[in-house]
Design a protein around this ligand. Sequence first.
Ligand code: COI
Length: 368
Amino acid sequence: MALAVLSHIDVRPVEHRVSDAERAERMTNPGFGKVFTEHMVTVRYVEGKGWERGELKPYGPLLLDPAASVLHYGQAIFEGFKAYYQADGSVKTFRPFANAQRFNRSAERLAMPALPEEIFVEAADALIREDRAWVPAAIGESLYLRPLMIATEAALGVRPSKEYLFVLFASPAGAYFSGGVKPVTVWISEDYVRAAPGGTGFAKCAGNYAASLLAQKQAQAEGCDQVVWLDAIHRKYIEEMGGMNIFFVYQEGGRSVVVTPELTGSLLPGVTRLSILELARELGFGAEERKVTVDEWDAALKEGRMTEAFACGTAAVITPIGRVKSKAGEWLVNRGATGPVAEQLREALLNLQHGVTADTHGWMHDVC
Ligand code: COI
């Protein structure tokens, strides 16, 4: 088998590919994160030597020493971004450098080494090229890329590891929530917080998600789909919904204004969040980043000043919020239905990502 050599990555593909029929079957209704493509990329880091050449190889389990420090002290970060089939038949990724930069901000917070952005993006390009047949063509479907970094040194002292592994794999993705794009019901978490000032809230580290799961269970026990997180100090400012950023739509002076909580250090700076703020302005909406309290959410809805709420992220794009529950009571948003602003923003974003409308921002990265 020919060995293709890219600038940072050696390509060693599988000997025998999955048949077209089997791939088509696995790609039917892929849901989210359940089907994986045939290859992955790994790059090792050793302190004093830096990042080694990467390798694109068959997808499969990793071999880890039981003393690998990620298993004990949790130095683990990840990212998520997507490759989209374009109207002209090519494949492009959405803002991969923004994810590479956030990956390095997460790495810094967890005392892990930075990965050069060009290696991050080259790894994704090489994987997508190799597994191009796994990129779904339908609008709203995509190939989800999952880069991660873990501490691999076998050492039980509590200190930063001296060895790391970067891994990138891919998964054909349809709707994130099993109900498709339907409004979700959220539970306002008063018993748990996701992140505190000085903590790791802005980093995409595994521990943030582990710590969220009990609150998510509680939300489900209350008949809700997702948790809404409040700030750790005052317990009144809304921060995020589950693993996603949150937006509110207000009516002010005859136009819609989208408002999202400002980045305080305890929120994840979402790439979709940032893109929506820009797209909203282009569509003629107002767009603001500021604090919003739970009481304001309730009051603004009752007064008719607020008409919609939705969450956004790479995985689910835009998810409307239809009902809000807390220990104090519950209320409906937009009578429980998807609102026109969420709908319009979702369509604008998906059309841009699939090349149906022109990419005037330079957000799309050519792959193959
Ligand atoms: C996203 O919205 O893309 C997320 O980060 C959720 C992900 C962890 C599945």
